[in-house]
Design a protein around this ligand. Structure first.
Ligand SMILES: Nc1ncnc2c1ncn2[C@@H]1O[C@H](COP(=O)(O)OP(=O)(O)OP(=O)(O)O)[C@@H](O)[C@H]1O
Ligand SMILES: [Mg+2]
Length: 338
């Protein structure tokens, strides 16, 4: 039997209409099962158990008043901001909260909402989202003042119509210190909307590696070929040289990377090299985020992916983004079930 050539990631050139983006505003596959009950607070970090309680209290705001004389829940703000380091379960809790919201709800990353505004325009987006009971914004980007201002305005208008919301964020470039907690930056960037958000701080270890000190798996050429063939037995797999992937990423808008990886069980990346170009590195981070959300395994050869970002990148303003991508790459290259 003649062997079929493997499909290639770089041959996928997705486009998405506004309607398709709106339809995709639900939690990614990785968080389909996330609930408050299956979030296991780490006893060493009491803020985790407190965070669950705060999320539960926020959700209680949706319950109808029980009777004339029942005590009303204390007034809560319309917004909740989940703040913490990598892998402490912010997105897990956000998805769990989304599930508790009644009626029409939306869940997306900041990039997805800006892509929606880009595709539909501001006013139609506002009209579409208006009247929702809950809007979740994961990974609020603080890097681009224009986008931040636009989202702040959108959320302000939604909140005045009675929509409640919750968010998580990245840190802006060159934030002071390690930026373990981003709330200060978030509140500063959203200015007029800051008094609408209650802050929930969650500290702790990266849940993805609570047990082991891990590294990203890099295979030799033979191991790479075997792993790709094995994965191809389980579903759709692509295989491409690292350089070709970077080149292709430059031609696709990051909001559409989600379509690029849709339906794949694994992505092969051959001949990983250390990145020294920041634009390439940030695009690669955006791809890693979508792979992680969709739980697409990464099979790689060359430099181990936990060392893909050059030292000068890790020392620069986007350090936190790179560190988180490394944490995700360690999980995605692990041969253990994701
Ligand atoms: N305390 C916990 N109990 C159970 N599962 C958890 C817990 N914390 C995290 N997880 C799981 O670990 C994974 C990573 O968590 P999650 O992605 O929610 O973290 P995060 O804080 O959003 O990280 P990131 O900074 O990468 O966005 C998810 O699969 C999540 O369901
Ligand atoms: Mg997250």
């Amino acid at each position: 039997m003649q062997q079929q050539p493997l499909p290639s990631l770089v041959e996928r050139s997705p486009s998405m209409t506004g309607a398709e983006i709106a339809e995709s505003l639900i939690p990614p596959r990785q968080f389909e099962q996330a609930t408050l009950e299956n979030y296991e607070p780490d006893p060493d970090y009491p803020s985790q158990a407190r965070a669950v309680e705060k999320v539960r209290a926020f959700a209680a705001g949706w319950q109808a008043p029980r009777g004339l004389f029942s005590r009303r829940p204390p007034e809560t703000k319309p917004g909740l901001y989940l703040d913490g380091g990598f892998g402490v379960g912010k997105t897990h809790l956000l998805a769990a909260l989304w599930k508790l919201a009644p009626g029409r709800t939306y869940f997306g990353t900041f990039i997805e909402y800006t892509a929606l505004v880009g595709a539909l325009g501001y006013a139609p987006t506002l009209k579409l989202l208006s009247g929702a009971s809950f809007v979740a914004i994961d990974e609020f980007e603080l890097d681009d003042p224009g986008d931040t201002m636009m989202m702040t305005r959108l959320l302000g208008e939604l909140a005045s119509g009675g929509t409640r919301m919750a968010a998580t964020s990245n840190t802006p470039p060159n934030a002071l210190g390690e930026g373990r907690f981003a709330a200060v930056d978030f509140l500063r960037e959203i200015q007029g909307l800051s008094d609408q958000f209650d802050i929930v701080k969650i500290d702790g270890l990266d849940y993805r590696h609570r047990d082991v000190e891990s590294h990203a798996v890099a295979l030799d050429p033979a191991g790479y070929a075997t792993a790709i063939a094995e994965a191809a037995g389980q579903g759709a797999v692509t295989a491409d040289p690292f350089d070709a992937i970077l080149k292709h990423l430059a031609t696709v808008h990051p909001s559409r990377y989600v379509k690029l990886v849709e339906g794949l069980v694994a992505v092969g990346i051959e001949g990983v090299k250390v990145l020294h170009d920041q634009t390439d590195a940030l695009r690669f981070v955006a791809l890693v985020d979508r792979l992680y959300d969709e739980q697409v395994r990464v099979i790689a050869s060359g430099v181990p992916l936990d060392r893909v970002f050059g030292d000068e990148m890790l020392a620069g303003g986007y350090r936190k983004k790179y560190l988180r991508a490394i944490s995700r790459l360690i999980a995605l290259t692990s041969p253990e079930p994701l």
